[in-house]
Design a protein around this ligand. Structure first.
Ligand SMILES: Cc1ncc(COP(=O)(O)O)c(C=O)c1O
Length: 379
């Protein structure tokens, strides 16, 4: 068995260029990564400062945080899970690795939407599992459908669901979500649901897969809603019969997440006023961007129901989204992500804007991009 080749994350290359340009004095607006520009909630930082000053800390998994997360599932989704089912991780990324390693074996086939988060495909390949990409178009808002999963022959061993999704922000409609779960149950397909963008919805809140399927594995994190990406803290919810397997893997592969982050994360659950304030900003940014896109000649974009992304078709302007995003960055200082990161087949005709920045930066980005796109369209 050879070491699998996996593609780099092109947005990282663009971000590196953005930082080089900034060092040369160019004013850069960072819309390339899905990371909130706000820091951790104030009270979480205060707690961390106190712990740093008073506690030498050690390897540790916070029982209080596991209990708090279990309570969150009860309060938010009306589902009952035991704190033992919660495994604290260093973000959603290791939670996904743990989910895959605890429920599947090398060679197994895992279905996922295309476009989708770049790491799904690459993590599966790294673990010698086989990604089965389901092309999802504008008609289905780039989301999975029960029909598409029904049509897969042979049935995959597992399915990764992401709602709200990266790079589109679209949310699975409830009926479709239920239908997908039904098909998965009938066809014995294990569900892994990445719920990292929960809490960031602009209409109806997103549903957890646990509401329909208690055997689903749930991946989540403090990186998005809680605005704590650099604190590297997340969690996996695992069915009872897999707890021991997952715990053994967590202990051997990663030991524990940062003790300091766990202290801060527990407090972050009580900072909803500050965190809901971020959502108000994102909503404003989203509206501004959606208004501006037609003026940039970008149309037919399914409005993001959640997260903080717009995925735009630029097929009339380019067939190389990487070069296109690089040109946009050099000319205007606006850093974005090329679609090839999310879709190796059609992504050369798409780009992603992240609007998790302050509203004045979005306004500035729009003011720079409208004339730039107009000039491109007129060529
Ligand atoms: C859909 C999705 N899942 C997982 C991750 C990884 O998040 P974390 O920072 O918690 O590892 C990201 C990061 O952007 C993401 O977009």
């Amino acid at each position: 068995m050879s070491v699998p080749e996996i593609a780099p994350f092109h947005a990282i290359e663009l971000s590196a260029l953005a930082h080089r340009l900034a060092a040369e004095g160019q004013d850069i607006i960072h819309m390339e990564f899905g990371q909130p520009s706000t820091g951790a909630p104030t009270k979480a930082i205060e707690r961390a400062q106190h712990v740093l000053a008073t506690d030498p800390m050690g390897y540790w998994e916070s029982q209080a945080l596991r209990e708090r997360i279990a309570r969150h599932y009860h309060d938010t989704y009306g589902v009952s899970i035991r704190p033992q089912q919660v495994i604290l991780t260093c973000g959603a990324s290791p939670a996904l690795v743990l989910a895959l390693l605890s429920s599947l074996t090398p060679g197994m086939r895992v279905a996922l939407a295309r476009p989708g988060y770049v790491a799904y495909r690459n993590t599966l390949k790294s673990l010698h599992m086989v990604p089965v990409e389901i092309p999802c178009g504008e008609k289905e808002c780039f989301q999975l459908t029960a029909r598409a999963i029904e049509a897969l022959v042979p049935a995959p061993d597992a399915l990764i669901i992401a709602s709200p999704a990266n790079p589109t922000g679209t949310i699975l409609p409830e009926q479709e979500f239920r239908a997908i779960v039904r098909v998965c149950r009938e066809r014995n397909i294990r569900i892994i649901s990445d719920e990292i963008y929960h809490g960031l919805s602009y209409g109806e809140p997103a549903h957890s897969a646990l509401e329909y399927e208690p055997e689903a594995l749930i991946v989540n994190s403090f990186s998005k809603y809680f605005s704590m990406a650099p604190w590297r803290l997340g969690w996996l919810i695992i069915p009872e019969d897999m707890i021991d397997k997952a715990r053994a893997r967590m202990g051997n592969l990663f030991l524990t997440p940062s003790s300091l982050s766990q202290h801060a994360g527990l407090v972050a659950f009580d900072c909803s006023e500050e965190l809901e304030g971020h959502l108000v900003t994102y909503r404003k940014n989203r509206d501004l961007l959606l208004q501006a896109l037609p003026q940039m000649g970008l149309n037919n974009i399914p409005p993001p129901d959640g997260a903080f992304y717009v995925y735009a078709d630029i097929g009339h302007l380019t067939d190389n989204s990487l070069i296109f995003c690089e040109e946009l960055l050099r000319d205007t200082g606006v850093a974005t992500a090329p679609g090839i990161d999310f879709d190796p087949v059609n992504g050369h005709k798409f780009m992603r804007f992240s609007f998790a920045v302050s509203t004045d930066r979005i306004e500035e980005a729009i003011a720079r991009m409208i004339p730039w796109f107009s000039a491109k369209t007129d060529k």
